[in-house]
Design a protein around this ligand. Structure first.
Ligand code: PAF
Length: 277
């Protein structure tokens, strides 16, 4: 496995490759990321993983400075998972001049996570566009835990005619249902015990809707109040069309319920995709 920090060196290295599958990450890798690397392995001869904590997608009050940076451990995990190349650009390498050209995502980027993180998806879309242009993969793999991000990246690839297949990796979970996330490391022991309730609450919503309850607004409010009473700071719980991410209409059959809520200062997100008949 090679670790490459320079764009020109990476391009020269990848010029020899037939097919490339790419997994963009911000590092602090866990089993969820490794699952994406394993999926990438099945799709191409060469697997490239990037590790870059992208300042453009962090708000002023967010955890950019404290975001866990664990390059050595990450590279050991990637080597074991069979990655071929790890791209680790510095901020200077990726943004040598101020990034004044930005990708403006569709208005759905201002809802859900985007409502409380203004500009977040603009930063994600811009760095993903840059990384895709640098690596030029045939396939790129993203986690389904970040459902809204995945939706916006699919739109990016579609609307800019990028010849790249986007593959979604299933959310990896602890046995208790907690979605794996780099931010779980911030949780105290007590918060870690409480955290799986987020997924349980989403599962209850799915059961409720599948039993025929179509009063989505009431379900969202009740679930949000339930978590709030238990000490969560709820950002949103929302039942949406899995196809468009618009608020679910009674005729929608492919749905997704998404949530973001804080345990203390740690913001957790999760979602479950499901169908109704
Ligand atoms: O999901 C992430 O880790 C990041 O948002 C991504 C896609 C690597 C862009 O910085």
């Amino acid at each position: 496995m090679e670790i490459i920090a320079k764009i020109d060196v990476l391009r020269e290295r990848l010029a020899q490759e037939g097919t490339i599958a790419f997994v963009p990450t911000m590092g602090n890798l866990h089993a969820g990321h490794i699952h994406l690397v394993e999926m990438a392995r099945q799709h191409a001869q060469c697997v490239v993983v990037s590790i870059f904590v992208n300042p453009l997608q962090f708000g002023a009050n967010e955890d950019l400075a404290s975001y866990p940076r664990t390059l050595k451990e990450d590279c050991e995990k990637l080597q074991a998972a069979g990655a071929d190349v790890v791209f680790t650009p510095t901020e200077q390498e990726l943004y040598p001049v101020a990034q004044t050209m930005l990708i403006e995502p569709p208005s759905i980027a201002n809802e859900l996570c985007g409502a409380s993180r203004p500009g977040h998806f603009r930063g994600v879309a811009t760095v993903v566009m840059k990384l895709l242009n640098i690596v030029q993969p045939q396939v790129a793999v993203f986690g389904s835990k970040d459902f809204q991000q995945l939706f916006i990246i699919r739109e990016l690839v579609r609307q800019f005619n990028l010849p790249i297949e986007i593959i979604a990796g299933a959310t990896q979970r602890e046995d208790n249902g907690l979605a794996l996330s780099s931010r779980n490391g911030y949780l105290s022991a007590a918060q870690k015990l409480e955290a799986p309730r987020l997924n349980r609450t989403l599962q209850q919503i799915v059961d409720n809707v599948q039993k025929g309850n179509r009063d989505y607004a009431a379900i969202e409010t009740q679930s949000s109040q339930y978590l709030t009473q238990l000490g969560w700071i709820v950002d949103y719980i929302s039942i949406r069309s899995a196809r468009t991410l618009a608020r679910a209409a009674p005729e929608d059959r492919e749905l997704v319920v998404l949530a973001a809520a804080q345990q203390g200062k740690t913001r957790l997100i999760d979602n479950i995709e499901f169908n109704i008949t």
